[in-house]
Design a protein around this ligand. Structure first.
Ligand code: NAP
Length: 264
């Protein structure tokens, strides 16, 4: 899709969650480059305000900041209320986090919080905006699965399950919303070089850049339901797809074990 058709199709405003860092931040900058007004969502208000000032000084777009914790049940209701009058045609739901290590050694509260952020908030956000988009007969929703979301993954069991949930959810609503002019994309990258790994207690070898992920995703939106940006996501994804599900679980276990940060 060319730059002009992206804004024609989904403009004028894009809402990006997880905008203060990593992949969400790369999306925000690329969307501003393409002329989208932005609503940036994450917890760290100061970081978002700095970003808003920087983007506002570089591009002729307006930027609004909503600082909130999306794992908090009331926050998506609040977000939907605060954006009721905004002409949001594109939602990028990048906020998320993961963990590695044996499930029984993880903090239960943090694992449950991960489900709240990675799954519950994604459903609530998608529902609110899907209704608005269906009413307008246009829109785009970008959700985040992962290379680890296509089977169970020992040593990252909860995270992989949240991403499997998002993958299945995206595939389901993509088919439902397509006839209403709304495009849904699941972005399923392999390792991406952001702060995600250190926050999850992971170490990564080869990693795609957030810029590559955002660019490939925006190019795929409206054309496909799933995109696997980066060489590793494509190569490893297709090799894993050849295996029976139990084989995928075994390989993912070996990969995730290798990603547990030494001393972490
Ligand atoms: N990096 C990878 O290797 C990789 C691979 C596959 C899939 N993904 C998926 O891609 C998405 C983006 O990951 P990333 O690598 O960009 O991660 P990241 O660099 O850690 O950024 C995560 C973003 O989410 C925000 N966030 C975290 N908790 C939040 C909360 N409770 N409420 C609101 N915002 C919150 C963070 O901002 P604040 O701290 O300011 O809230 C930050 O902006 C995630 O869904 C992740 O699962 C990542």
């Amino acid at each position: 899709m060319t730059k002009s058709t992206l804004i024609d199709r989904y403009g004028p405003t894009a809402l990006v969650t997880g905008a203060s860092d990593g992949i969400g931040r790369a999306f925000a900058v690329q969307l501003a480059e393409q002329g989208f007004d932005l609503i940036l969502v994450a917890r760290r208000e100061e970081v978002l305000q700095d970003m808003a000032a920087d983007i506002g000084s570089r591009f002729d777009v307006s930027v609004r900041v909503l600082a909130m914790d999306l794992s908090d049940r009331a926050s998506v209701t609040d977000l939907l209320a605060q954006t009721e009058a905004a002409p949001v045609g594109l939602v990028v739901a990048a906020a998320g986090f993961g963990s590695v290590g044996a499930f029984h050694d993880q903090d239960a509260g943090s694992e449950i919080n991960m489900v709240d952020l990675n799954c519950r908030a994604v459903v609530a956000l998608s529902h609110g905006f899907a209704r608005r988009m269906v009413a307008q007969n246009r829109g785009g929703i970008v959700l985040f699965g992962s290379l680890v979301g296509f089977s169970g993954a020992p040593m990252s069991a909860t995270y992989a399950a949240t991403k499997g949930f998002v993958q299945g959810f995206a595939e389901g609503i993509a088919a439902e919303l397509r006839p209403h002019g709304v495009d849904v994309l699941s972005v399923a990258p392999g390792p991406v070089g952001t702060g995600f790994a250190s926050r999850a207690g992971m170490q990564m070898g080869q990693a795609a850049t957030p810029d590559i992920v955002a660019r490939a995703s925006l190019a795929a939106l409206g054309r496909r339901t799933t995109v696997r940006p980066g060489v590793l996501a494509k190569g490893l994804g297709w090799s894993l797809a050849m295996l029976p599900r139990w084989g995928r679980v075994r390989v993912m276990g070996v990969i995730m074990k290798g990603m547990v940060r030494k001393g972490g």
